[in-house]
Write a protein that binds this ligand. Sequence first.
Ligand code: NAD
Length: 499
Amino acid sequence: MHPAHDLLAALGVPAAALRGGTLPVRSPIDGSLLAQLPESDDAAAAIGRAQQAFLDWRSVPAPRRGELVRLFGDELRAHKAELAALVTLEAGKIGSESLGEVQEMIDIGDFAVGLSRQLHGLTIASERPGHRMMEQWHPLGVVGVISAFNFPVAVWAWNAALALVAGDSVVWKPSEKTPLAALATQALFARACARFGADAPPGLLQLLIGGAGLGAALADDPRVALLSATGSTRMGRAVAPRVAARFGRCLLELGGNNAVVVGASADLDLAVRGIVFGAWGTAGQRCTSTRRVLAHAAVHDELLARLERARASLPIGDPRESGTLVGPLIDGRAFDAMQAALAAARAQGGQVRGGERAPVGGWGDAWYAAPALAVMPAQSAIVCEETFAPILYLLRWEHFDDALRLHNAVPQGLSSAIFTNDLREAEAFMAAEGSDCGIANVNIGTSGAEIGGAFGGEKETGGGRESGSDAWKHYMRRATNTVNYSRALPLAQGVRFDF
Ligand code: NAD
């Protein structure tokens, strides 16, 4: 029996659920077959169950809904190691990153529990005497969540924790490359529901196992009030018009092409640390991975030398081993895409270091790649694309305006950072005419974000914001209420209608 089955059993997924289906699930670590899962064949029925659950759940007081999320957090705390080990097996992340992913689920749960007592609206001054105006936030409906392989559980948790305290039910379509972590998460959630009792209606969380067609079914179904879709820009382009055609709500978290600007005054120790983790950690498979470094001419050559030293020394290997920092790509297609991008970079005048296949464990169907560094003469076409692999493009600038221009001249707008000790540069980077991204950092890298802030980006990244700040408002509907406690009925704007 594969070790994944032990993990899944400990998390509450029986071995019988992992066999006999049509969806093969492979570990990127060694290409081994983890499961052959049955695929969901009736998305409409699952959405119907979630809709039914919503009708009950919306009437449960929000702090009580928060209690369910708190119990789920307990399950996550108790099973953090097992769930993280499963993420490593299925997505190929190194241990500390998988643990970090589960920690993020716990953190957003805590955030949501607090939020369950703070879903407050405004009281607004009415222009009419004897009137009161206010806002209420009500549960929205069924929330569809489409998630990507590279954050197989955390991104769902960002959405689900908020949706659940908001009074919504959830239908989750995880990546077909990482459905096991979703099954395990659903089993942990079921345990929390069992401890919570009868207030948790059956059907509160539905899982759709399978490919893009199930995502399309969520996009088309008018009972899905909000579709939160995380993945490639290509996916967002397919999903968003379908949701718009039925006037549904969409929250899009799509591709990034994140840059670090390094100023002449930068602390290069910090910059190198931030860039190396951002570019090559997670084998370059984060939406917030650092893809471009824009270096001031005065520091360009030293930065290049230091990045190259770090790049060449990063331990590539089995992510279950403690010394490994760079694990596998998700599959052979990801490796091919990386090679195609490097060939394009060379053809566009780049000098490429690294990028070759790394032989790990002698596994034929596992795809490990040496991190790549490409020194580019200009921000050419390939640099403007997101290649989901550990490739870092290095570009040079002399005037800060040029750095900003280069920075913003890509179609994506997720995460960005500047390393500088120059207050003017730092503030200009964060100002209206500075970085055009949803996230703009100073003296930390682009990769990884805390759950307390709103997460998401502009342009082809899709404009969505989820996780912290006031992102919860996406998951609720706003009602404006005006109450007349006078004995007259004055009309707004002084309109007269006497009859
Ligand atoms: P992907 O677009 O191939 O798949 C993501 C999800 O969308 C999967 O569940 C897939 O089945 C579904 N899907 C794909 N095409 C669809 C369609 N036409 N209709 C409905 N559903 C569809 O992405 P991936 O390879 O799993 O993940 C990598 C991508 O995700 C990168 O572009 C990365 O930047 C992006 N990403 C973005 C964020 C963010 O928060 N902005 C977070 C993680 C990943």
